[in-house]
Structure formats: C-alpha cells, structure tokens
Design a protein around this ligand. Sequence first.
Ligand code: CP
Length: 382
Amino acid sequence: MSAFDSLLSLDRSAPDALVGRSMLTTQEWTVDQLDTLRAVARTLAEFDREGVSTALCPDELAWAVFFDQSTRTKSAWAGAAARLGMQPVIVDGSSTQVSHGETALETGAMLGMNAHAMGIRHDLILGEGNTFIRDVKAGIDQYLDATADARRVPVVNLQCDVDHPTQSMADLLWLEDNFGDLADRRITVSWAYSPSYAKPLSVPQGLITLLTRFGAHVTLAHPQGYQLTDDTMASAVGNAEGGGSFRVVDDMDEAFAGADIVYPKSWGAYDLMLERVGANAAGDTEQLEAIEQRALDRNAEHTDWICDERRMALTASGEALYMHCLPADIGAEVSPGVMDLHKVNVARQANWKVYVVMALLAAAKVPDLADALGHKHQEATR
Ligand code: CP
C-alpha cells in the first residue's frame, strides 16, 4: 500500500476526535479512538518509508523526562519529534529539581510553559508513576488555562507503573501486520525468568488491558506471587466481555499449548513491588537494594520459566509468533535459539513505536490532520 492509499483509507474526520488528547493509559481511549490512532500511525509509517515529509509541527519543542533507563522509547520519542519537524529534548529525571522535592504539578507548569509536548517515563514504583504523569498534565493545563495560552501540550505516558501504551500500541500494529483482525487469536502473555532486575508490571498490564479489547483470547501465565494489579486485572476481565476471553494460569506449558502468539517476559514479584513503595518513600536506598536482591532470589526459584524450543513446539503448529518488548534476557527469558529465529521480527515490532509516538503527537497537535497530510503528499509528488 502506498502512502497515498494509506491516507485514503483514513476516515478524514476521525483524527479530529484526538486533537488535544494526551495518552495516559489505553484504557481511557475508546476502541474507535485507538483504531484512528493506528490508522494515523500506519499512514505516517507509509509517508516515512516513501520519503514524504511529515514536518507538521516545525519550531516546536518535544520534551521528555525519563526516571528509568530506556533505549527504544527514548529513540522513538526523538525520532518521532524529528520526523514531525519538532526539536526533541530528553532529560534524566534525576537531573531535574524533582529529586530535590519539586512536585509533579510544579514541574508540569514549568515544562508546559516552555514545551509543546511532554513525554514521561516513571515506571519503577507502584502507585507513583501514573499519578506523577497525571499531576504533570494538571500542572501544564493549569498554567495554560491561567495564562489563556491556546497551545496544545499533549502528555504521553512513555511507561509508568500501570501501563506502557506506546509499547502496547506498537505491539498491536505488529500483530495487525501478521494477523489482520485479532478476533479469536490465542495470545499468551507469560512471566519468564530474569536474573537482571525486577522489571515493572506495566508491559503485561498494558497487554492484557489492550488486547482483550480486540476480541483476542488472552491467557496470562505466571508463577504464584507474580500477580498484576487488581485494577488492570479487572479491566482485562471487563474488556473480554465484549468478545474473546481472558484467563489466568500458573503453568507456562499450559499457556503455550495452541497459542498463536506468545509474549514471554519477566516482571517483579508483587509483594516485593509493594514493599518497594515504602522503602522508596522513605528514601531508604539500603532497603531498596535488599528488596531488589530478594526479588532476584525469588525469580531464581523459577528458572524453568523460559521460552525455549520445546515450549515453542507446543504452540499452534509449533509456529507461534514470538514477541518481546525488549530488551530480553537471552538465556533466561528466552533461549538463544528462539531469539535468533525471531530477532528481525522483534526489531520490526519495536519499529512501530516511533510511528505510534508520531501519531500521538500529530493527532493531538494538528487540526484537520488528514488534510494536512494530504498537502504534504501533494507537495512531495508535485
Ligand atoms: N520496550 C521498551 O520500552 O524499551 P526501552 O526500555 O529500551 O525503552
């Protein structure tokens, strides 16, 4: 499909519903809005691959703050901003005055005053990240309202404690590339062993809440003690009532049996993730280090939770699509052989993130986006 075909398939007024929208969790967007976002992302990807300029927001500043490490999402933010003609700036959260106690509300007001879009990663502590992002957004909105400043400054969740929406939307686009409609596809989101660090819950939570909205049969698998938050589990159960299904099992083989898609990755034991909340609030770094060690020791009780050749053979025709948000712990979460077989696929999965971020920024900031893209296409083909 050419960029122009992709543009024509976009309902021309649908992106208008996304003007001014921030992305805090996918659960707060309707399926129609998520479909529009996907269509915009697909159109922008086609434009990019055909070399058609999408510099729709020149002279604007796209500021992102990361309170945790990142490779893919940071570069996707920068790549998206650059393709839209914006200036990306990415800062380490620990270098901001947040580390000296400046609140998220105050920080939002200051950053919103200067920037035209704001991305935030704050994923390590349960109960904190999403709240922080919402407070930043409130700070920005209050400043813009108080000063009658008409700029739109969307806030994009670049991973928090609850959700990782740019990841799950990228995953959804990659699934669409492979399967088209997800209805009745069997998707397994499984815990897997990791010796590296206690990873956030937001990727599996983002997947179970999003994929259950598209008619898939979603299986969540984890050892006892690795449950996800009650809220996201309730959302997944509720979402599945619209079609498809959602179940939880504690056996990785059972979860892989007959699956069309497997997404095995690690996350931290729930009780220890909760314990981290108090230690972090007290600023007790010794305690935090001790909890991290206990989390790794706990993980080490489940080294057999690996996606290997034997388990892949249990999947539908032994040929399930393997997915991972990356980085993967090769030799722990996944065997070297399985990763080697799927390394190009997971890179293509990751590549969708730049277009998801572009779509979020363009749809939030550019009124009459379909027309604006049409003009860009005309300029390029004149
Ligand atoms: N999957 C993902 O979010 O990767 P990064 O942590 O490198 O951004």
